[in-house]
Structures are given as structure tokens and as C-alpha cells.
Design a protein around this ligand. Structure first.
Ligand code: NAD
Length: 510
């Protein structure tokens, strides 16, 4: 396949790189990467060893010492070149994202576009790493705060956004003066290897140090666990399930490291009686079936006012019948496969649990077989009736299952249902009523990190800070002032006077 060739993906690939050199370990076992699109073997990756990890950390730390001394706007210039290199390979990389992960080609290309966009954002940010100047309470004193580079950042990423989330962390971290070590999901290492190959050209042509952007592929938690415990990594950014994030947070906090946690969601859309259903319906379908329900921001709960419940239910069942399921690389399809057979099992188990707990499946729930579905990872998206307090509804099932939940009375009741889960990532309301939308966005409204009006829960822009509250972990990445998470803050006081006014008016006879 030509896109594999363009991206330097071979039949067998090494799993550890310092940005310039690939470590040549090949005795630790290998990952065989099968495409969920067609069930075919794409390529394999040799797993990294403990020695590889050690080598990578040392190089990343040495690179940090150099990189932090490069003026921030010059660091931005390197990121600008990375953005251009990604532009050159957008088609190939987007295609590999689609083939390895299973999201539609449009979404694969969109993910690479997000990488390009965050590069552009980071270039601007490189000239705006501002601290504040504060008026001192003491005479002839100046007080200000400034932000310094932090160190080597560990980036642990999830399979569903195999490259974009890395770039949110790595590009912002890079302009902040940090170097990074990337541990991608072991389900999607090929896209990470491809990115590393794209970066190499920029690193070499600028004579940048080895270790600026490193990659390490380990099986499951092998390498990741080492990173969590490693004091040489002052910040670990974890994107993944709440289970992994909870464990990560415990281990990292024990050593007083910093963590950015981007964990699971259980996102809801509220539709009130005044809503424009011409907006709401496509908003719900896009957010619920996009990426086959495997986005952290996927809509999992639809909270409908009782007066429009039956109408919206019927419209949704009809809309779901028009969703074309098939090979994600065929642009006429809307929904591709789940990542693997394990995910299909989780989907079936959730449907079983839903029925046992009293819910009703209205449409979907089948695993597709036959021509075009040989991988065994294609399922039909589900619309089901449920209660918010069902244990299965309280969980994030990473599959296209949408629970319809009825509310009565005022919007406050719908907001209470929206908030009555452990996760707090994304939320939305469809309404044409000003009081309702303002109530949803007010301090007594949605408790999520993302709250939208008249658009769905997914499809966040990189310019805003991305992340969520409660068991979603509290981290923020990407735009706004998320860059502050990648730097250490220092408060400085300078006395340019002739006296030394001590705090609390204390005087010594010296
Ligand atoms: P996962 O939790 O299974 O894995 C995430 C990453 O953690 C992988 O790289 C994995 O290898 C690594 N890992 C596993 N055990 C580890 C350990 N002990 N120490 C260190 N690392 C370890 O998640 P997944 O299935 O790849 O992704 C889906 C999950 O990610 C969903 O819950 C989804 O909501 C979440 N997600 C959240 C966001 C967000 O921004 N909030 C974005 C994307 C995905």
C-alpha cells in the first residue's frame, strides 16, 4: 500500500526511537497490527526493552537541557516546520489513521488537520508565554511571575485519537521548552511510528538534538508503568480510560509528579421542547455514531422532555436506518468498525446488561457478518430506552450505544440527570429558549468541562481548553491557557531600593 511506503512503515518496525535513530531491539516480542477495517495484517512492531527506555530517557533529558535554552519563538519556528511536514503527508497519515484505527477516512484526515492546527496555534503561543507583573506592596520592589520549561514530558495516548492527542501535548510542550517521550496505545503504534518518521526530517534539517521527540512502544502497561514511576519525568499526560487514569494518578502523585488526566466521558445531550429538531437530530446522530461511538466525547445519553420524547424517538430510529456502515476508507460510509473483537464483546455485554437492568433496545445491536465485514468488528449502532440510574448507563461503554432518558418539568430536572454520573467531560443542550440555555451554562448548570448550546457533544475545536471534571480527570489540553500545564511557574521579587523592609514589620538590630 503506497501510504505505508510514503510513511516509512515496513513489514517489521522497531518500537523505540530518539527522533533520529531507531533502537534495534528485536528480542522482546512483537505486536501484530491487524486492521479492524478488513481484518488484514498491516505490519508488526518489535517491542522496546528496559534498556531502550533508559536510553530514551537519558537522551530526552540531555535534549531538554539544550532545547530549554533555545528562545521560545525559535522553538515555534521548528513547530511551524513540523506543521508543514504534516501538511505534506496529510493524505497518507490520515489514511493510515483510518486503516489502523478504523475511523472513517474523513475523520482520519480531520485528525491530521487537528495536528496541523495545533502546530499553527503553538507557533503563535511561542510568542505569548506570558507571566503577570504584580504591583508590590513594598517600596522599590518589583514583583512578577514567569514560566520556565518543565522537563521531559511523558505522553501516554489512547487508541481512538492515535495521533492528534499526542500533538496537542507535544507541540504545546515543545514551544514551552519541554522534550517528550510518547508511549502510544499498543493497538495503534503504526501511526506513531509514521509521525516519528515525519518528524525526523525536520529534526535533522535543523540540527536539533536527539531526544527532542522520542517514541517507545511497549506491550500494554509494561513501558507505561515505568513512566508513571519515573521521577525524571516531572509531568505525565495520560489519555485513556478512567481505570488506567486513576491508577496513573495514584502512582504519579506518590512521587509528587504532575499529571494531566484526559479520561473517560459519559456525555449527554438535553433536548427541550423549544429545540429546533432540524439542528438537534443531525447533532445527536453525528455525536452518537461518529467514530463508531469511540470518541471520549461521544453522546451516550439523550435526555428528552416527555412532550417530545416519542416524536424524537421515532425520528432517531428512522435516522439510524440511514447510517451507512462499512469500510471506513470508503468515503460513502458513515460508520466504520470497532477497534477489535474485545470492543465488540464489550458492546454485546453492555446490551445484555441493559436488557437485564430493564432497558429496551429500539434499533441496532447486531454484529455484522459477510462480505466487507470479515474483520468481525462491525456492529450496528444502538438506540435504547433506559433510566439514568441503571449501572450500565452510569458506565462508559466505548461503542455506539445511545440511551434515551425521559425528563419532565423544567430544564433543571434535565440538568440534574446530565450531572448525575461520575464522569464530567462533554455536554450539550438543544433549545431556542434563552433562560434554558443560560441555566445550562450557569454555575448551577452542567458540571462538565465542555458545555455546548445547539451543537452536539463531540467535535471540539483546538482553540479551546479540552478536558473534563470528576472522573474525567480534571486535565486541560490544547488551546486557551492549557500551555501553563507544561511549564513551571516562578514568582520573582526584586528589591531595587536601599532598604530591606521585612515581612510583618520585623526589625533586627543588625
Ligand atoms: P486505555 O485506558 O485502555 O489505554 C490508554 C493508554 O494507557 C494506552 O496507551 C495504554 O497502553 C496505557 N496503559 C494501560 N495500562 C497502563 C499502566 N498501568 N500504566 C501506564 N499506561 C498504561 O484506553 P483506550 O482503550 O486506549 O482508550 C479509550 C479510553 O480513552 C476511553 O475511556 C476514552 O474516553 C478515553 N479517552 C479520553 C479522552 C479525553 O480527552 N478525555 C480522549 C481520548 C480517549
Amino acid at each position: 500500500m503506497h501510504f505505508l511506503q510514503e510513511l516509512g512503515i515496513k513489514d517489521k518496525n522497531y518500537g523505540a526511537s530518539t527522533g533520529i535513530e531507531w533502537n534495534t531491539t528485536s528480542d522482546q516480542g512483537e505486536l501484530n497490527i491487524i486492521s479492524p477495517a478488513d481484518g488484514k495484517h498491516i505490519a508488526s512492531v518489535w517491542l522496546a526493552s528496559k534498556e531502550d527506555y533508559e536510553n530514551i530517557v537519558l537522551k530526552a533529558y540531555a535534549a531538554f537541557k539544550e532545547w530549554r535554552m533555545v528562545p521560545a519563538p525559535k522553538r515555534g519556528e521548528v513547530v511551524r516546520q513540523i506543521g508543514n511536514a504534516l501538511r505534506e503527508h496529510k493524505k497518507a497519515l490520515g489514511t493510515l489513521v483510518s486503516y489502523e484505527m478504523g475511523k472513517s477516512l474523513q475523520e482520519g484526515l480531520g485528525e491530521v488537520q487537528e495536528m496541523i492546527d495545533i502546530c499553527d496555534f503553538a507557533v503563535g503561543q511561542s510568542r505569548q508565554l506570558y507571566g503577570a507583573t504584580i504591583h508590590s506592596e513594598r517600596e522599590h520592589h518589583r514583583l512578577y511571575d514567569q514560566y520556565h520549561p518543565l522537563g521531559v514530558v511523558g505522553i501516554i495516548s489512547a487508541f481512538n485519537f492515535p495521533v492528534a492527542v499526542w500533538s496537542w501535548n507535544a507541540m504545546i510542550g515543545a514551544v514551552c521548552g519541554d522534550t517528550n517521550i510518547w508511549k502510544p496505545s499498543s493497538k495503534t503504534p503504526l501511526t506513531a511510528i509514521a509521525v516519528q518518521n515525519i518528524l525526523k526530517v525536520v529534526i535533522e534539517s535543523n540540527n536539533l538534538p536527539e531526544g527532542l521527540f522520542s517514541l517507545i512502544v511497549g506491550r500494554g502497561s509494561d513501558v507505561g508503568e515505568g513512566m508513571l514511576n519515573d521521577r525524571r519525568l516531572p509531568l505525565i499526560s495520560i489519555t485513556g480510560s478512567t481505570r488506567v487514569g486513576r491508577h496513573g494518578a495514584e502512582v504519579i502523585s506518590r512521587r509528587f509528579g504532575r499529571a494531566i488526566l484526559e479520561l473517560g466521558g459519559n456525555n449527554a445531550i438535553i433536548i427541550t421542547p423549544s429545540a429546533n429538531l432540524k439542528l438537534a437530530l443531525p447533532g445527536v446522530v453525528f455525536s452518537a455514531v461518529g467514530t463508531a461511538g469511540q470518541r471520549c466525547t461521544t453522546t451516550r445519553r439523550l435526555i428528552l422532555h416527555e412532550s417530545i420524547y416519542n416524536k424524537v424517538k421515532e425520528m432517531l430510529i428512522n435516522a439510524y436506518k440511514t447510517v451507512r456502515i462499512g469500510n471506513p476508507m470508503d468515503e460513502s460510509n458513515h460508520m466504520g468498525p470497532l477497534i477489535d473483537k474485545g470492543a465488540v464483546k464489550d458492546y454485546l455485554n453492555a446490551i445484555k446488561a441493559l436488557k437485564e437492568q430493564g432497558g429496551t433496545v429500539l434499533t441496532g445491536g447486531e454484529v455484522l457478518e459477510g462480505k466487507g465485514f470479515e474483520s468481525g468488528c462491525y456492529v450496528t449502532p444502538v438506540v435504547a430506552e433506559a433510566q439514568n440510574n441503571f449501572p450500565i448507563v452510569q458506565e462508559e461503554t466505548f461503542a455506539p450505544i445511545l440511551y434515551l432518558i425521559k425528563y419532565s418539568g423544567d430544564v433543571e430536572n434535565a440538568i440534574a440527570i446530565n450531572n448525575d454520573v461520575m464522569q464530567g467531560l462533554s455536554s450539550a443542550i438543544f433549545t431556542d429558549n434563552l433562560q434554558e440555555s443560560e441555566m445550562f451554562l450557569a454555575h448551577c448548570g452542567s458540571d462538565c468541562g465542555i458545555a455546548n448550546v445547539n451543537i452536539g457533544t463531540s467535535g471540539a475545536e483546538i482553540g479551546g481548553a479540552f478536558g473534563g471534571e470528576k472522573e474525567t480527570g480534571g486535565g486541560r489540553e490544547s488551546g486557551s491557557d492549557a500551555w501553563k500545564g507544561y511549564m513551571r511557574r516562578q514568582t520573582n521579587t526584586i528589591n531595587y531600593g536601599k532598604g530591606l523592609p521585612l515581612a510583618q514589620g520585623i526589625k533586627f538590630d543588625i
